[in-house]
Design a binder for this molecule. Structure first.
Ligand code: NI
Length: 204
């Protein structure tokens, strides 16, 4: 055996690696959120046109949401923690909005189009709240919309197999107005109650 007795056991190294990735994601998230918060609402150049497909494989564009507020979140269905926690909070916020919920469409856009096929994202989104719309697309279409929203994402290999990877990604909720203009970011690490309070203030 070549392992020196002083070297860190593999299990610990793995744990440190995981902690490192989580810290990086948190820092990137906090940094992007502060940066986005400093943007003029509607004039910051955040967001823009997109062409994606929904859970039925049908084309969906940003134009289809005109007249409603979009609450946009980027993530992926295999996400072990941050995405399901955020989407649970979004579902909770939609409940707490009461009648105002009819004005808001929560939209979940995958950053992992390889695995998040229409069928996968449809089933995943439906598990949180019926109004949540899951969108996917080609890697190019996803790259385009992610760039427009200044979303960071990157594949993080965990092994040699084709599915042995996680996606690092920034975690921010984006509120887009009925006219398609970006209004404000909402921190994604808030409770449903807090997200609902922010939304009420922003949508009036
Ligand atoms: Ni995630």
């Amino acid at each position: 055996m070549s392992t020196s007795p002083k070297s860190t056991p593999p299990a610990n190294r793995m744990m440190y690696a995981v902690i490192g990735v989580l810290m990086a994601v948190l820092l990137i998230g906090a940094g992007s959120f502060m940066w986005l918060s400093g943007q003029e609402g509607g004039a910051g150049g955040i967001g823009g046109p997109f062409q994606l497909v929904n859970g039925d494989g049908k084309p969906v564009t940003d134009q289809d949401f005109r007249g409603k507020y979009m609450l946009v979140y980027f993530g992926y269905t295999y996400c072990p923690d941050v995405c399901p926690t955020t989407l649970n909070a979004v579902a909770d916020a939609m409940d707490k909005l009461g009648s105002a919920a009819a004005k808001v469409r929560p939209v979940f856009i995958t950053v992992d189009p390889k695995r998040d096929t229409p069928a996968v994202i449809k089933q995943y989104a439906a598990a949180f709240t019926p109004s949540l719309i899951g969108l996917t697309g080609t890697p190019e279409e996803i790259a385009k919309v992610a760039k427009e929203y200044r979303v960071y994402y990157a594949e993080h290999r965990t092994g040699p197999g084709p599915d042995d990877y996680t996606m690092d990604h920034s975690s921010i909720l984006y509120l887009v107005g009925p006219d398609g203009r970006f209004i404000a970011p909402i921190a994604a690490d808030k409770s449903g109650e807090e997200i609902a309070t922010s939304l009420k203030k922003l949508i009036g």
